[in-house]
Design a protein around this ligand. Structure first.
Ligand code: SF4
Ligand code: SF4
Length: 399
């Protein structure tokens, strides 16, 4: 293969839109491991348990899954299922004549992911503990993690518990899934084992892959946070044996930041997020997150499909998080923290409501009721302000 015109595959040029190359890299994730991490079963998730609860059974009896309650999300999620059922090609019997340098292959695969539209890409060795216990033959060597930011200008217009929040997630899931399916199909045609991990067919837990692949750190919310887009993103992964170079995990000071900031815990409507120190969970230390409480709050929400209040209100979820914002960033973590602190102060000052929220809601509040689509209840801002005022008063009285 002639590399005369393929310098990009050999040099250090930043490949994607975000300056991942400038982040501080560490040998092991900032999550503190204290024992063996056991493989989890899909039935252990907070959502699976909540769906088996009385509230979940009532919802299933009505025949409408929570994410299908409104017609926009229903349209998006049914198309997501269609993408997940895409028939991947057989793995070619003969391997294509690729270069054997893993660095060149890595830059090629990352460039392909960015060409397909991913916002950030990281690669890690596939940890066995990230593979669901039900998966018996998922023994790939690597995971290529494709991160797609959610549309910041849309999430800015929502309280985080409205009818638009799940469509916003599915819009991102779809991009993740399309990229992963195309990349997987490509690798299989080249003669390499590959499979995708996407919504509706996840063989793996995703937060661990995000952390191992250097795209985030574990947060108080219990999910991985990214230094540029906070928790406002979705990911998919391509699992493969193609020899690749792994990225190291990152450290942007989130463990200390989350220790001091408790905005998500204050704002969670179900009190599912911990205010206190980390505890041991399945072999590692984390802020305890009550997944069942969260999922029950999600499925019983009457003014929206789900709840994403914590990810919406976290100050790492900036008002603007497009790549142009970080173009001149020199890699100084303090600059990021200063920016996030400003964001947190502004949110507190505004009573945790974005100024645009009242003005730019373009979606209709619609929901399914039996066979018909009817007007749905909406989030009550007056009630929110009343609660904020009494919370503030209680806080002041206790200090
Ligand atoms: S999604 Fe909502 S209920 Fe769940 S932890 Fe976040 S804020 Fe709380
Ligand atoms: S709101 Fe604060 S404590 Fe919660 S995840 Fe974000 S930075 Fe961490």
């Amino acid at each position: 293969m002639d590399f005369k015109y393929r310098h990009i595959l050999q040099n250090e040029t930043q490949l994607g839109p975000y300056p991942l190359e400038k982040l501080r890299r560490v040998d092991t994730p900032t999550t503190e491991y204290v024992g063996e991490i056991k493989r989890r079963s899909q039935s252990e998730s907070g959502m699976a348990k909540a769906m088996a609860s009385e509230a979940g059974k009532r919802m299933l009896a009505r025949g409408v899954m929570f994410f299908n309650r409104d017609p926009l999300c229903s349209a998006l999620s049914s198309f997501q299922s269609y993408i997940a059922k895409f028939c991947l090609p057989e793995i070619a019997e003969t391997k294509a004549p690729l270069p054997d340098d893993p660095r060149i292959l890595t830059r090629h695969i990352k460039s392909l992911g960015y060409f397909l539209g991913a916002d950030m890409i990281g690669i890690c060795a596939l940890p066995k503990s990230a593979v669901f216990a039900e998966e018996t033959d998922c023994d790939y060597k690597y995971a290529v993690v494709l991160l797609n930011a959610k549309k910041a200008h849309i999430t800015r217009q929502s309280y985080g518990r409205e009818w638009i929040d799940d469509p916003c997630s599915f819009q991102s899931y779809q991009r993740c899934a399309c990229q992963a399916q195309v990349m997987t199909a490509y690798l299989r045609q080249l003669g390499w084992r590959a499979d995708s991990s996407i919504v509706d067919k996840y063989p793996t837990l995703m937060p661990q892959l995000v952390i191992e692949a250097g795209l985030g750190e574990e947060s108080r919310i219990g999910i991985a946070l990214n230094p540029f887009v906070g928790a406002s993103f979705k990911v998919s992964a391509v699992l493969t044996d193609l020899p690749l170079e792994c990225d190291k995990p990152i450290d942007f000071g989130l463990q200390e930041y989350c220790s001091n900031c408790k905005i998500c815990a204050e704002q969670c409507p179900t009190q599912a997020i911990s205010y206190v120190e980390k505890v041991e969970y399945n072999g590692y230390m984390r802020w305890k997150h009550d997944g069942v409480r969260c999922a029950t709050g999600v499925i019983t929400n009457t003014v929206g499909n789900i709840c994403q209040r914590c990810t919406k209100i976290c100050p790492w979820n900036r008002r603007d998080s497009g790549p142009e914002i970080f173009k001149g960033w020199d890699g100084n973590i303090q600059t990021l923290h200063d920016d996030v602190n400003r964001q947190a102060a502004l949110r507190r000052k505004n009573g945790f409501v974005e100024p645009e929220e009242h003005l730019e809601k373009w979606w209709f509040p619609l929901m399914r009721d039996g066979g018909a689509i009817v007007e749905a209840p909406e989030f009550d801002y007056e009630l929110h302000y009343r609660r904020e005022r009494s919370r503030k008063a209680r806080k002041e009285a206790s200090t």
